[in-house]
Every structure is written in C-alpha cells, then in structure tokens.
Ligand binder design. Structure first.
Ligand code: LER
Ligand code: MN
Length: 274
C-alpha cells in the first residue's frame, strides 16, 4: 500500500479555505490537513468543497494554547483542553478526517509545572478521556513529538510511544514530524522504525521548515524506513516560514502555489526512487 500525500493549510494564512482545497486537489494531493479551530470553521461548507474537488480531509492540526494545556497544573484548564479536543473530534467526524494531532502540553511551554510522574499521569488521564471519545467516533489521535523549544514533555518518538503505550487505547498512536525530528532524534529513519505500526501520521518539512529539498535533510533513508514498516498513511507537508512561533500566521507567497506544487512532485519522485 502506498503512502498518501496531504498539505497542512496552517500556512495558508489569511486565505479562504476554498482556495486551499482547490489548490491541493489541482496539484494531485490525496488529502487536506485543517487547522483545529472548529468554532471558526464551517464544517458543512468544507465537506461540500472536499466532495466537489474529490479530495479528502487527512487530519486536524489541533492548536494547543495555554488554555488548552492537557497537563496544566490547573484542573480547569486540563478539563478545557479535553473539551477542546472533543470539539476537534466532532469537527473531524463532520468533515471526514481520520485523525487529530495531539501534543499534551501548550505549544511553546518549555517548563514543567509539577513533577514528571504527576504530569505523566495527567497526560494519560487527559488522553484516555479524549481518546475514548475519539474512539467512539472512529477518529484516531496521534501523539506528536515537538522539539525542545516548543515543549518539554514529548520531544522524541520514544516518548510518544511510551505515552501511547501507557494510555493503552487502540486509536491513540504516534506521530513524527521531520522538522522536529531533525533537532531531536539520533536517526529520523530509525525513530520511525522504532514505532512501527503505531505510527498513525507523519509531517514532512525540511530542516528549515521549507519545502523538502530546500534544507539539509536526506529524505531517502526516511522514505525507505517508512516503506519498511509498511506505513500507508498520510505524509502531510507542514511547511512554515522561518520564525519561532508556528502559529504566527506570517504570509509568505512561496508557501502557497510554489511549495505546494514542489512538495508533491518531490515526494512522488522520492517514493518512486526507492
Ligand atoms: C504541529 O504539527 C507542530 O509541528 C508544531 O510545531 C506546532 O505547529
Ligand atoms: Mn508538526
């Protein structure tokens, strides 16, 4: 089974979603990744646009703000974070997305609020509650490792796998993002091999978060590892401008048509070459 290709519309800052859906369908993508802001998005219109353009929703890129922190020391914030994740499950169900990315801390939170054991317990509790709800709706949660400058709890796939194992739900798995892995992993390829069939979703970006081939990551061994473990899910391009805040919403023209087209051409040639 071959991999499928998607593009994260997080970078299409300020653009009507219809343009992004048409763009990606036109370039031959299999899926569209949507930002997880259910209250700001018209699920019915998105579903119609996806059906009209013959392209699927691949996943929801959930946005973890300080108010949506699954391991906050404030139980009310943890509760709000689970409520937010459940709203993303409802949104995913309406648009036909298969999964939602989860990192159990607020983005850019780099200091723990409690001891490691306590926070790990909070992470398991939050993910079991949200994961059970997601499971009832046929939606998968993918625990994504972010680099040390964007969180302190899950920086490598081994930690994602440890949390997924402790949560113990069949619809809660792992997710790797080559931009973060390039900073944190000894070998990106071996890290993907180590999670095997628990790998639910993948983000590709080059070392500088630009289109693949524009940085210094060697994607060939990564494609070989994904093929070896029989990964047949989405590879979603999560490309972002060269600034620290991934949610800064900076508009840079090359991330629209140019990189969207370049990326799928690069990916198809890459996987055809192994
Ligand atoms: C989300 O997929 C991610 O990789 C983080 O950097 C926040 O964008
Ligand atoms: Mn990512």
């Amino acid at each position: 089974m071959a991999v499928k290709y998607a593009y994260n519309t997080l970078v299409y800052a300020g653009e009507d979603i219809e343009r992004g859906i048409r763009r990606l369908a036109g370039f031959g993508y299999d899926g569209v990744e949507f930002v997880g802001e259910p209250e700001r998005m018209d699920a019915g219109r998105i579903r119609e646009l996806l059906d009209e353009n013959g392209i699927a929703a691949s996943s929801i890129c959930a946005i973890y703000t300080p108010e949506r922190d699954l391991v906050s020391s404030n139980p009310e914030v943890r509760k709000n974070a689970v409520k937010y994740l459940k709203s993303c499950v409802d949104f995913a169900s309406k648009i036909g997305a298969q999964g939602i990315s989860v990192t159990p801390t607020a983005n850019m939170k780099i200091h723990a609020e409690a001891d490691a054991a306590t926070e790990w317990k909070w992470a398991i509790e939050s993910l079991r509650e949200a994961g059970s709800y997601a499971g009832e709706h046929g939606i998968r949660l993918a625990v994504e490792a972010w680099n040390r400058y964007e969180n302190y709890l899950i920086n490598r796939l081994e930690q994602s796998l440890a949390l997924v194992t402790d949560v113990g739900l069949p619809n809660v798995g792992c997710m790797g993002d080559t931009y973060h892995m390039n900073i944190e992993e000894v070998s990106i390829a071996d890290a993907f091999r180590s999670v095997g069939d628990k790998l639910f979703y993948v983000h590709f970006a080059d070392s500088n978060r630009a289109a693949p081939g524009r940085g210094h990551i060697d994607f060939k061994p990564i494609a070989q590892a994904l093929t070896e473990i029989g990964y047949s899910g989405y590879i979603s391009m999560e490309l972002l401008p060269p600034f620290a805040d991934p949610f800064g919403g900076v508009r840079m023209e090359e991330f629209y048509d140019q990189y969207s087209k370049e990326s799928i051409e690069y990916l198809k040639a890459l996987f055809a070459s192994i």
